[in-house]
Design a protein around this ligand. Structure first.
Ligand code: AMP
Length: 249
């Protein structure tokens, strides 16, 4: 069984993000970049399935600048087998990403594609669903548990107020939620080994896909600065403030 894991290079979740002065986007210069945390969970899940003897090959795909190779290498250090880097400068919308991933899926014929539920840069939460629709494959999104059973995958989904369990016939799409697993730290020998694993590079033009943006970002703004808090002396004063000032009671 083959698993494909799309991995995106994003701003490190611990980095402090600044906006460009004209509000047209995020200023990425000198910011630490990392693998999207949900994608790291996706790679970890694929590696765990491989360790159980259920998966024979894990292929990671990243679409982005040449530096996205680092993202692929970090996935290879976690245990993936090989990578595909699709070169593109700039930001692609989820539909274009899903179309490229579809073309690669048709070439690679994986049994399972595990994506992150969302990329933490733009929080779109769309690519997995669009890819499932384009391929006509079943999808189990927001997975907190994945069990492979013969030719099916049983996915426990995090839904409002509880869990939903679905059984998907493979080939299928799964997107990861935070509680699915805790990714391992790559050990130094694994990082060294990852440098030797194959990564093939393809230009985005090779796919003949319309990558034009459908959305125009009008403005991005920082959240308003938080006002300082006040200390109250009594519960009565707290209740009075919640009622009359905050208007939440
Ligand atoms: P999004 O729909 O943008 O929130 O992204 C959801 C998931 O799609 C991510 O967690 C990745 O698994 C995948 N994805 C999105 N953009 C890319 C990209 N440029 N390269 C590889 N995978 C991507």
């Amino acid at each position: 069984m083959k698993v494909m894991v799309p991995v995106k290079r994003v701003v490190d979740p611990n980095a402090k993000v600044r906006l460009k002065p004209d509000g047209s986007g995020v200023d990425l210069s000198n910011l630490k970049m990392s693998i999207n945390p949900f994608d790291e969970i996706a790679v970890e899940e694929a590696v765990r399935l491989k360790e159980k003897g259920l998966v024979s090959e894990i292929v990671c795909v990243s679409i982005g600048s040449p530096r996205a190779e680092e993202t692929i290498r970090s996935s290879l250090a976690l245990g993936a087998d090989r990578g595909i880097l699709v070169g593109f400068e700039g930001e692609l919308e989820p539909l274009a990403v899903a179309k490229i991933l579809k073309a690669i899926a048709l070439e690679e014929a994986p049994n399972l594609i595990i994506l992150g539920k969302q990329a933490i840069d733009y929080d779109c939460d769309q690519t997995g669903q669009m890819l499932a629709a384009l391929l006509g494959w079943p999808q189990g999104t927001f997975a907190s548990k994945v069990v492979v059973e013969d030719s099916a995958v049983i996915v426990t989904r995090e839904v409002d107020g509880g869990h939903q369990t679905v059984k998907l016939d493979m080939p299928a799409i799964v997107t990861t939620d935070l509680r699915l697993n805790e990714p391992r730290y790559a050990a130094l020998p694994a990082i060294m080994q990852a440098k030797k694993k194959p990564v093939i590079k393809k230009p985005v033009d090779a796919f003949g896909i319309d990558t034009a943006a459908r959305l125009e970002i009008l403005k991005m703004a920082e959240p308003p600065a938080r006002k300082g808090g006040v200390k109250v002396k009594t519960t009565q004063e707290l209740v009075e403030k919640l009622k009359n000032e905050a208007g939440v009671l």
